[in-house]
Design a protein around this ligand. Structure first.
Ligand SMILES: [Zn+2]
Length: 309
């Protein structure tokens, strides 16, 4: 038996691994000898895409053989462990990708792991399905979709402080939830948060929702943010007696919230929210975050646009 692995001990037999262009990666083969003293031959199918690097310093002992691969050009190749008789004992695929893509993949993997661990959950099954499709490199309804690096970084930072429940993530052609680029690619830069740390973003207990939103702001990494605060009604509904963050005094204002044509600033927050939210915004700014427009948004969620600064 021979099995490819990624040091220290992650088995990667018959799987694909990503290698950033121009970088070198160490891999290994367990069970490296087909019989005592005879090592399996490790071959790459296309050295123009990736080739062995620094072979003289490759570690080898009785059971393990390590080797280094360097990414030479974009593409995919196969690495095989072949016996003297020409039999393939194990193989892996290696895909050489741009460094930018590799960095992004790292963030996507962290989010993927948070989903697998149950730290990140979705109210809509379609949001989970879409995320997993993008993670696997698939399109959504024929569109190439990406989650922006700023949004992924924001989600990772927030997840560091507790469980996150998402009301809505990618929505095609709906503001920053699914912004169509000139290239035809669609980028999601926004998330609607329904609960954080197991606490729902509802307005029935004002101190609780204020402290939940403050704890989200306190996790924001550097980026340019636009924040939509929860209000007691969606669409045309409004109820000034239940407002906690921004006042929505009439139906005309409510419709502006619904249409996304309203902007307010922190000085317009209601006193109880202002006392806690403004210092949190200032703390975030001292860490390198910046805030664009903020506004009353919709029912029972906190909407965050995470944009390039
Ligand atoms: Zn939103």
């Amino acid at each position: 038996m021979a099995q490819f692995f990624k040091p220290p001990d992650v088995r990667i037999s018959r799987q694909n691994v990503f290698l950033p262009l121009g970088e070198t990666m160490t891999l290994g083969l367990w069970g490296a000898q087909e019989e005592p003293g005879r090592y399996l031959d490790i071959r790459v199918s296309n050295p123009a895409i990736a080739s062995f690097a620094d072979p003289l310093n490759s570690f080898r002992d009785w059971t393990i053989q390590q080797f280094k691969l360097r990414g030479n050009s974009l593409g995919r190749l196969r690495v095989e462990a072949v016996s003297r008789a020409g039999i393939v004992w194990d193989w892996i695929e290696v895909t050489v990708i741009e460094m930018d893509t590799a960095i992004k993949l790292t963030s996507m993997t962290q989010i993927y792991q948070a989903i697998q661990q149950g730290k990140l959950s979705f109210i809509n099954v379609s949001d989970k399905r879409n995320f997993l499709a993008v993670y696997e490199g698939e399109q959504i309804n024929g569109k190439a979709v990406q989650y922006s690096e700023e949004l992924l970084k924001f989600l990772i930072a927030v997840l560091d402080g507790g469980r996150l429940t998402v009301l809505s993530l990618y929505r095609y052609n709906q503001s920053m939830h699914g912004e169509i680029q000139k290239s035809g690619e669609v980028v999601c830069r926004a998330v609607d948060i329904a609960a954080y740390g197991g606490v729902p973003i509802t307005l029935d207990l004002p101190p609780r929702v204020i402290s939940t939103i403050v704890s989200i702001i306190d996790k924001m990494p550097p980026a340019l943010y636009q924040c939509g605060f929860p209000r007691p009604g969606g669409h045309e509904k409004f109820d000034p007696s239940k407002d906690v963050f921004f006042p929505v005094k009439d139906q005309e204002t409510a419709m502006k919230c619904w249409n996304g044509t309203i902007a307010m600033d922190r000085s317009q927050l209601l006193p109880q929210a202002k006392a806690a939210v403004v210092p949190a915004l200032q703390r975030a700014e001292s860490r390198g975050a910046a805030f664009k427009a903020m506004y009353p948004d919709g029912l029972n969620h906190f909407c965050v646009f995470a944009l390039l600064k």
